[in-house]
Design a protein around this ligand. Structure first.
Ligand code: UD1
Ligand code: UDP
Length: 371
């Protein structure tokens, strides 16, 4: 029997975290599916961390990352590199994830080669062209190029229907982020940072990397951190700083050598998720963390004006607070001092699925191709 040839393309940390469960699931059917993994290397160290953790060895690695790369650099290199791989392999379908430039340029390369596109995490929308930038337009463009849609929630399916994408090609699967989370959390977990924290101290986990936040928004947030640690002697800030040099320069400028502020390297995913599970609250502009935190029952103050993850906001775990320093300071203070407000947000719920998203995705592929 002819094998179904599925090419999974990943480039950045979140794509790897959320696509590796799909790759592992594809590999369960060697008699029906040939799985090919392509890493574009849009991220280098942060991608390699995840690949090593999960023992995934890509069949192709385009190794495109440059320091301070522009969107144009990434687009051109992914488009031309993925085109060569497609010409060589001629897969039945390419799987891309989410909204990165790797995903968008790969979907375009597949379209030019008349190869089908499957979009994992399809249908997320803010409807705001520049927020997040360029991800909102990346996901809209990808969905125009997509043949099979894997929507994480009913809401994301509704978004796709509003844009007239064909209902019979939309599968609601849950989010594959939750598939990963099932494997990483350990009750007895500890690490060097946790060991040096004061007993009974409350940990605030901070991450910030979005392009539209680099500059003044990031400075506003970083400036309130020393004020908070000075005011609340029982809090510790842990900030695994993204490898982007622009983010690192600002983090170093505002947050170096401050008592109870821990600037650390990006964590392995298992470490990060266990740290999140032990945190008191999370401040972030990340997309993926907004999906994971509701399952962990951790309040998240989202450092953005828009979100494509309204499910977590409706559930009460996420609150959009923007990037005005005074506003965010007041919101953190409220969660540190008002037990009722804290408890209302710290409800463990899971709007993003049951940990079986990858299984549903692979079953849908087998059905679509009659394999
Ligand atoms: C990218 C995605 C964003 C996603 C984020 C996840 C786009 C346009 N953006 O943004 O959607 O939320 O990844 O983290 O696709 N760098 C390293 N080593 C690494 C990774 C990055 O040195 O392992 C540095 C490089 O100098 C690179 C810069 O960070 O040029 C920016 O990386 P890039 O992938 O262009 O953008 P991100 O902000 O990481
Ligand atoms: N993450 C990680 N190490 C870190 C910070 C985050 O492994 O130091 C994980 C986190 O658990 C989530 C994903 O990275 O699964 C989110 O990636 P990121 O914030 O880089 O991108 P986004 O989701 O915003 O696109």
């Amino acid at each position: 029997m002819k094998l179904l040839k599925v090419m999974t393309i990943i480039g950045t940390r979140p794509e790897a975290i959320k696509m590796i469960p799909v790759v592992k699931e594809l590999e369960k059917y060697p008699e029906r599916i040939q799985s090919i993994v392509v890493a574009t290397g849009q991220h280098r160290q942060m991608l390699d961390q995840i690949l090593a953790d999960f023992e995934v060895h890509p069949d192709y690695d385009l190794d495109i990352m440059q320091p301070n790369q522009t969107l144009v650099d990434v687009t051109i290199q992914v488009l031309s590199g993925v085109t060569l791989v497609l010409e060589n392999e001629r897969p039945d379908i390419v799987l891309v994830h989410g909204d990165t430039t790797t995903a968008c340029a790969s979907a375009l390369a597949a379209f030019y080669q008349k190869v089908k596109v499957g979009h994992v995490e399809a249908g997320l929308r803010t409807w705001d062209k520049y927020s997040p930038f360029p991800e909102e337009i990346n996901r809209q463009l990808i969905d125009e190029l997509t043949d099979i849609y894997f929507a994480p929630t009913k809401e994301s399916k509704e978004n796709l229907l509003k844009e007239n994408h064909p209902e019979e090609k939309i599968y609601v699967t849950g989010n594959t982020a939750i598939d990963t989370l099932e494997y990483t959390i350990e009750a007895s977990y500890t690490n060097d940072v946790l060991k040096i924290m004061g007993t009974n101290h409350r940990m605030i986990l901070l991450t910030m990397h979005r392009r539209e936040n680099i500059g003044k928004p990031m400075e506003e947030i970083f400036q309130i951190i020393p004020i908070l640690v000075n005011e609340y002697k029982d809090i510790e800030i842990v900030f695994p700083v993204h490898k982007n040099p622009k983010v690192r320069t600002l983090a170093k400028k505002y947050l170096s050598n401050i008592e109870r502020v821990h600037l650390i390297e990006p964590l392995d995913v298992k470490d990060f998720q266990n740290m999140a599970a032990r945190s008191h609250l999370i401040l972030t502009d990340s997309g993926g963390i907004q999906e994971e935190a509701p399952s962990l029952g951790k309040p998240v103050l989202v450092l953005r004006d828009t979100t494509e993850r309204p499910e977590g906001v409706s559930a009460g775990t996420l609150k959009l607070v923007g990037t005005n320093g005074l506003t965010v300071y007041a919101e953190v203070k409220k969660l540190l001092t008002n037990q009722e407000a804290y408890s209302e947000m710290a409800q463990a719920i899971n709007p993003y699925g049951d940990g079986n998203a990858s299984h549903r995705i692979v079953q849908a592929l087998l059905k679509e191709f009659g394999t």
